[in-house]
Design a protein around this ligand. Structure first.
Ligand SMILES: [Zn+2]
Length: 400
């Protein structure tokens, strides 16, 4: 048994404890959490900083890890997507299949190792291919895999869905927890939404969806103008005949989502108070996931975080991928949020990064909070400021 103490313990499911002591057994299962009454006990390991549960990375694309440092920053989402597709095509042409697969697999293994040292215990990961299946089924992190479906041609909806279904079956055969999910409003046609949401071969279904990531997305739906129309024309995609709805993307598509579905709305960069209310009223099981460093990388903008403070149990944090981030660290995402929005307290952010994600993914029996009987992983955040605020050089050490 180990006894661990720090200046502040944030169990998340209960109030923070100053100088509390967490006792864990050999495999990391929590035996007790107590006020630190007997800190003279020499068997207690004392640390400076904050102790909290292992993090949940609610949004990642492991299979894009080989793009680390390759995609330019601050181009806006449409140019980002073009750069990403061009980089992938270029690697496909220049490397033989075997070499590219090895490059991708090596990058995925490194990314998972980094997430472990960054104190991440569970990951919601997007797959468009099977590259990450092996490492996800063998590792000791918990994963849920979203098989992402998209396609611009309404007449091809059935074949886009069948492609996702095949990958879904492969994921399930590899022992992965998986579900089929729509990619984003601009890349999924009404026909494809219907196909995805009528697939009921598993329960409970989890969905992840890139929501309101840019002004370009709103301009497309409102008036069929802006960078997405340029993209559709440049690549001669069926979207070039896109019919505007006069409403933003969320208002245009929300009625396709089944009311009982558990949705993770990812990014929410241009989401306003009325959008949040619409989501919660139509889809009460919804959660919001933020990837602030990716938003800065791609659009150089951030969501209006204070709007989401009224939903403290519905907010999660993700890293997105190495195509749009310099590291896969949940702590770095929290530091960014607090740097721009200092009114969001550290304990609040820790909740976003732990229990909320564990609740969304149904991992809360094991992960998400420091409670007796759970095995959530134990992180030390240090150094921190005098009021336990996160600092630019705060880092995480995985204690268990
Ligand atoms: Zn993403």
């Amino acid at each position: 048994m180990r006894k661990i103490c720090a200046d502040l313990i944030i169990p998340v499911s209960s109030a923070p404890l100053r100088n509390g002591v967490v006792a864990i057994d050999k495999d990391g299962t929590i035996l007790s959490i107590e006020e630190g009454n007997d800190l003279k006990d020499v068997s207690i390991e004392k640390f400076s900083g904050i102790i909290c549960p292992g993090f949940i990375n609610a949004h990642c694309h492991l299979e894009l890890s080989y793009m680390k440092g390759k995609i330019p920053e601050h181009t806006g989402i449409v140019q980002f997507l073009i750069n990403l597709i061009e980089y992938r095509n270029q690697r496909n042409q220049n490397a033989s299949g075997g070499i590219l697969a090895e490059e991708i697999n090596t990058a995925i293994r490194k990314a998972v190792a980094e997430m472990k040292t960054q104190g991440i215990a569970g990951v919601g990961d997007i797959s468009n291919d099977n590259y990450s299946f092996h490492v996800k089924s063998s590792g000791d992190l918990l994963f849920h895999t979203f098989i992402e479906s998209f396609g611009f041609d309404p007449l091809q909806a059935e074949s886009y869905f069948q492609k996702a279904l095949q990958l879904f079956q492969e994921a399930r055969a590899s022992g992965l927890s998986a579900s089929i999910t729509p990619h984003a409003p601009y890349s999924v046609t009404p026909e494809l939404f219907r196909q995805i949401f009528s697939f009921k071969a598993y329960h409970p279904a989890l969905f992840s969806y890139h929501n309101q990531e840019s002004d370009a997305e709103a301009a497309l739906f409102k008036s069929a103008q802006g960078d997405f129309m340029k993209l559709f024309h440049q690549f001669n995609l069926p979207g070039k005949t896109f019919l505007p709805t006069g409403k933003n993307s969320l208002h245009s598509v929300i009625d396709y989502f089944p009311p009982e579905s558990r949705m993770l709305f990812v990014h929410n960069t241009t989401t306003d108070a009325a959008d949040i209310e619409l989501i919660i009223s139509k889809l009460p099981e919804s959660y919001f996931c933020f990837c602030p460093n990716a938003n800065l990388y791609i659009e150089n903008t951030l969501p209006s975080f204070p709007l989401f403070k009224s939903y403290p149990d519905r907010t999660c944090v993700g890293t997105d991928s190495y195509a749009s981030n310099h590291q896969l660290s949940i702590l770095q995402e929290l530091i960014t949020i607090q740097q721009y929005f200092p009114s969001i307290a550290t304990a609040e952010l820790i909740r976003w990064a732990t229990l909320n994600g564990a609740n969304f993914y149904y991992w809360n029996k094991r992960l998400g909070s420091l409670e007796t009987g759970k095995k959530p992983g134990i992180n030390l955040i240090s150094p921190v400021g005098p009021a336990f605020e996160l600092l630019k050089d705060s880092s995480v050490t995985k204690l268990a």
